[in-house]
Design a protein around this ligand. Sequence first.
Ligand code: SF4
Length: 221
Amino acid sequence: MSNFQILTSIYKTLLKTFGHQNWWPAETADEIIIGAILTQNVSWNNVEKAIINLKQYNLCTLEQIHHSNIDEIAPLIRSTLYFNRKAKKLQNFTEFLFTYYNGDVCKMFQTEIRTLRKQLLQINGIGEETADSILLYAGAKPVFVIDAYTKRIFTRLGLTRQNWNYAEYQKFFMKNLPEDIELFNDYHAQIVYLGKHFCKRKPLCDECPLNSFCERNKLSI
Ligand code: SF4
């Protein structure tokens, strides 16, 4: 089977087993961007608590964040760890948005995708995974998001190598899948679900829907 066929079969199996994941869990593009920054190194449950707090204090839009200060934001996002640093990252993003795009997210997403990605990566506190999550989930741009679950699962499956860097992982998916925003969106969400519930640090291979594809599982039989 080609990599295209394997990746497609894996997605179909995950979709059939888990159903469509309907990501990103947010109401607006602003909320997606805020969530993408806050979720660095913490679980989504912790981000949800922070988002609820921000909404309660009318600080859950990029404009509101831009016109507030770190001391107001930080206590509300305490659940996301490194909350002072994350408050600063949120403001770094809004500073960029207001400086270059007059605070207009739609205008920002009109920028050519590679140019915008480079710009996002220049913001202090925005790494590749966060930039790509913003591009895909808030901007509906065709980029495949790579995270720790992706690396763990696809290396265990025997399709990628642990020592690959972010760009190598991303190239593997983008080269072997059609450029389809909806597919990229739900594929990443399925990977996260599988990583959380089956392909954990200690994997539950017997119950995993991908066990017939998996090198690691074959080796342990
Ligand atoms: S079979 Fe096991 S190692 Fe392979 S993807 Fe599933 S949980 Fe991970």
